[in-house]
Structure formats: C-alpha cells, structure tokens
Design a protein around this ligand. Structure first.
Ligand code: OAD
Length: 238
C-alpha cells in the first residue's frame, strides 16, 4: 500500500501499544506467550486483585520494572521522535505502554495513559515516589511519609486512564491518526481511532497482526513497527 502524505498543516495523534516495545524485548499482553498467558488479569491488573494479594501484584510489577531498566528503545520508538521533531506542537503521542521507552527514546509530547512502571503512590495519602526512592526489597513497600502500603502507578482495569481531557482535546483537532502495535482490545484507547475518523481524520495502522478495530483503518501496514516506521516517516512527510 502507498504511504499517505502528511504536511505541516496536519495534527498527528499516535496511539501505541505493547507491539512497539516487542522489538526491545518486552512481552506483549495478548500474543502467544504474552504477559496475560501466565497471569489472570483480575489477579494482577485490578484494584480488587491488589486488595486480595498485594504481594503478588507488587512482585509482578517489580519484575516488569526491573526488566524495563534492562532494555532499550528501538527503531520504532526513534522514528516517532523524528516525527515529533518535525511536527512539534502539532503532534501528540498517547501510549498504553508503561515501560517508559518512548520518553527514554526522547519523545516529549507523550501521555502515558495507563500509568508508568517508574513511579508508585501511597494508597492512603497519595504521595507519589519514583521506584528508586522506595525500598523495593520489601514485599509491599511502605509510604515514606505515612507508612501505609504503596501501590504501582498503573491504571488497572476499572480505573480511569490518565489525562483523558487532554487526549479528547487533541482528538478534536487530529487530522492524521496512527495506531501502532496495539490489538485494539482495550477501551477507551481502542475507540480513539473511530472518534478521530468521525471528525474527518485519515487513519493509519502499523501492526504485526490485524487489530480488532481494523475496520477504522484507512491505510494498513502489516509487519514490525521497527521495520516499517523508519521508512514510513521518511516517505510520508511532504
Ligand atoms: P496487546 O498484547 O493486546 O497487543 C499487541 C499488538 O502488537 C498485537 O496486535 C500484535 O500483533 C502487535 N505486535 C507484536 N509485535 C509487534 C511489532 N514488532 N510491531 C508491531 N506490532 C506488533 O497489547 P496492547 O494492545 O498494548 O493495559 O494492550 C492494551 C492494554 O491491555 C495494555 O496497555 C494493558 C493490557 O491489559 C493495562 O494494563 C491497563
């Protein structure tokens, strides 16, 4: 498929998911051998799961935090930095990923709508800490201020994703929407593409397998983000 052209009058919104980090060595959620294969979502990704077994939930996110420190951004992340450098304030990257790889690659206009592995906060007084500030040797690290249990700064199922007002404001002016490396299973993120398209935006998809919400994609490129994005970014800008 021919790569669509974009120019400085466009406003770009990019939505990324676990697929963009796959080439950095981070497991996706729903592919075979994915993260949800070995865990019940209810156990490790809901407020109820945390209430029932906070040690298990902390163990799961500590492992993922330490893993995220060992991997590096890949060519896909870097291509999106290049796109932001060209479009500046006409660009917003919304990610469902919690691994911090977009910011480590150099992206600045980023919303981590499902939270981040790099911070945690107190279940009682809500004070926020970076992971390096707290005692991760403890099974359930306590708040340094009030000693109540801390929890990972992850948006779990049933909780409200972060910065939704900013995302919807940007969706209103989006003329080109790209969905990259996400299966299109989790809402509200999976619905952004439909909202952008309803408002007249052109939509582009880059994914290894066809996503659930593919009926909203005008231009679909099947393959690895790290292979496709560098070439695409080079060719698409007028
Ligand atoms: P999924 O695991 O559901 O989907 C990952 C997608 O990436 C799949 O469609 C793969 O085909 C695709 N993929 C794999 N490798 C790729 C590559 N190298 N290049 C491009 N695409 C590739 O992950 P998400 O859609 O991100 O939420 O999952 C959404 C949310 O569900 C996550 O943020 C998480 C999870 O439950 C929370 O934890 C709140």
């Amino acid at each position: 498929m021919k790569i669509p052209k974009i120019n400085q009058r466009d406003f770009l919104m990019i939505l990324t998911g676990a697929g963009i980090s796959a080439e950095s060595g981070i497991k996706t959620f729903r592919d075979s051998d994915g993260l949800w294969e070995n865990h019940r979502v209810e156990d490790v990704a809901t407020p109820e799961g945390f209430k029932q077994n906070p040690k298990l939930v902390w163990k799961f996110y500590k492992e993922r935090y330490f893993q995220s420190l060992e991997v590096n951004p890949n060519l896909g992340h870097e291509a999106l930095v290049e796109l932001e450098n060209r479009f500046k304030d006409n660009f917003l990257l919304v990610t469902q990923n919690v691994d911090g790889l977009h910011t480590r690659a150099g992206s600045k206009r980023v919303i981590e709508m499902h939270g981040t592995l790099n911070t945690c906060f107190c279940t009682k007084c809500k004070k926020k800490y970076t992971m390096s500030e707290v005692d991760l040797e403890q099974e359930i690290p306590p708040c340094l201020a009030c000693e109540k249990p801390l929890r990972p700064d992850i948006v779990w199922f049933g909780e409200m994703p972060y910065q939704m007002d900013e995302i919807y404001a940007a969706l209103d002016k989006t003329t080109v929407f790209m969905t990259i490396g996400t299966s299109g299973n989790v809402y509200p993120a999976a619905y952004f593409i439909a909202q952008a398209r309803q408002r007249g935006a052109r939509t582009i998809g880059v994914n290894l397998a066809e996503p659930e919400n593919s009926s909203y994609i005008d231009f679909f490129f099947q393959g690895k983000a790290g292979d496709i994005l560098p070439k695409m970014v080079e060719e698409m800008i007028e």
